[in-house]
Design a protein around this ligand. Structure first.
Ligand SMILES: O=P(O)(O)OC[C@H]1O[C@](O)(CO)[C@@H](O)[C@@H]1O
Length: 447
């Protein structure tokens, strides 16, 4: 099968190929060995590295069986989780979905996947619960730690609603928990209530968990082929492991670090297909939590073009020159739409009549690349043949391994996220959570 590709030509005006190749040969090859051999910091979180190749058909069949069971009993399945327990599934489902799926009718056998627990919005939760009133729904509750506040609140509300609507016993078969094998409140609850469960391995961090049941179960419930997704990732794993010389993950990690060292502190992930919006959100967590530490790190941002060319386009073209772009360039559109001719031609569009909408999109992409490079924005391109399970699998694995390499190039531990605790500690202190008495006193003194 064809592979996704990386094109760095449009950064070479800003950093030389020699510099990039030097980082690659002197640093990135060591960094990839640290990932492969587990010799770097955070090496107890490398379970994702060979995950695609060691995931068995039996494991995938077990996930598909539970997914089919939920599909057959529900009109809606709410996937409850936040961060890595949310974004991977959301990214893949949105990339493969019909854009208007949410507005089409639903039925048993083809439920819609909704999300909760990714915010603490009272209105969001109230509206979700109102919507689910009188609907047949199920819940996938996902939390590696089993203690995260946002999904815990959403699950408490939705569990109560499901038990009231379907009955306590029936609800047990409509709830699936994905959590740690032994630890955490969710594991305890799942055991007490005898929910079906899947395990998130200890050595796979949340943001690297999309190819575990965390991502795979909601994706399978939405009707997508998780075997193809994992196959695509396994192909990329093999390709990158076997590359004797340079490989695209080392090259991407080396290029972004060369740019960072040259003062380009923000990377903007760009798409020209609105279906990739949440892929950008997933990527932001992957790179943001992995690299933003010790007062270092490329700031990961994401935009949807051409939409955001009409909002952020001005800044990118003309603002502070501390940014670079990585464009996910999808070669083939899966649907066809030709621009019609119009006799009056009042909008002056007849010059493109008969062209595919995607032909125009491609020229917007090329024109933007040239303009941004001319304006001082280095530009990398990741070429994806089309949006399918296999290519998304390749892309996910490519970004994961590149992230490990890049974190080591930056000199940080790419697999922890100590900074996330600060807001949690303050929130618990402000809410006067038992055990936080001292912190409560301290924070109140600051108010
Ligand atoms: O799956 P959990 O343990 O609920 O964690 C959710 C998310 O919260 C974090 O721990 C912190 O944001 C992420 O790393 C993780 O993806």
């Amino acid at each position: 099968m064809e592979k996704i590709k990386l094109d760095i030509n449009s950064v070479l005006k800003f950093v030389s190929e020699k510099e990039i190749r030097q980082i690659e040969s002197e640093e990135a090859t060591k960094a990839i060995d640290m990932v492969k051999n587990g010799t770097g910091e955070g090496n107890d979180f490398l379970g994702w590295y060979d995950l695609p190749s060691r995931t068995s058909m039996k494991e995938l069949d077990e996930i598909i069986e539970v997914a089919n069971d939920l599909r057959n009993s529900c009109e809606y399945v709410v996937s409850v989780g936040i961060g890595g327990s949310y974004l991977g599934a959301k990214a893949v489902i949105e990339a493969l979905n019909n854009s208007f799926d949410a507005y089409t009718s639903t039925s048993k056998g083809a439920p819609k996947v909704l999300f909760a627990g990714q915010n603490i919005g009272e209105e969001y939760l109230a509206e979700l619960q109102e919507f689910l009133k009188d609907k047949k729904f199920g819940i996938i509750v996902i939390s590696k730690s089993g203690t995260t506040t946002e999904p815990a609140i959403a699950f408490r509300l939705l569990k109560e609603q499901l038990e009231a609507q379907a009955g306590k016993e029936a609800a047990k078969n409509l709830i699936v928990a994905i959590t740690d094998a032994k630890r955490g409140a969710l594991r305890q609850l799942a055991t007490e209530e005898s929910y079906r469960t899947f395990v998130i391995e200890d050595n796979v961090g949340g943001r690297f968990s999309v190819l575990t049941p965390v991502g795979l179960l909601p994706i399978a419930v939405a009707g997508y082929d998780i075997k193809k997704l994992v196959k695509g990732a396994a192909e990329m794993e093999k390709e990158l492991a076997n590359a004797s010389d340079s490989n695209m993950a080392e090259l991407y990690a080396s290029t972004r670090n060369a740019l960072y060292r040259a003062g380009k502190k923000t990377e903007i992930l760009v798409n020209y297909n609105p279906k990739l919006h949440f892929f950008g959100e997933w990527w932001k967590q992957l790179y943001g939590e992995s690299e933003g530490k010790d007062h270092k790190g490329i700031f990961p941002a994401a935009v949807d073009f051409s939409t955001d060319l009409h909002s952020m386009g001005q800044w990118i073209q003309d603002g502070e020159r501390t940014i670079f772009e990585t464009v996910i360039s999808v070669e083939k559109s899966k649907s066809e739409k030709l621009i019609p001719s119009d006799e009056a031609n009042l909008d002056g569009l007849n010059y493109i009549a008969g062209k595919h909408v995607d032909d125009v999109n491609k020229m917007a992409e090329l024109g933007t690349r040239i303009a941004h490079v001319d304006g001082g924005v280095p530009n990398m391109r990741i070429i994806v043949p089309e949006l399918s399970e296999e290519y998304l699998g390749q892309l996910i694995y490519f970004f994961e391994i590149s992230c490990g390499i890049s974190g080591y190039l930056l000199g940080v531990n790419p697999f922890n996220q100590p900074g996330v605790e600060a807001y949690k500690k303050n929130m618990f202190a402000l809410l006067e959570k038992p055990g936080y008495e001292e912190a409560t006193k301290e924070i109140k003194a600051k108010l």
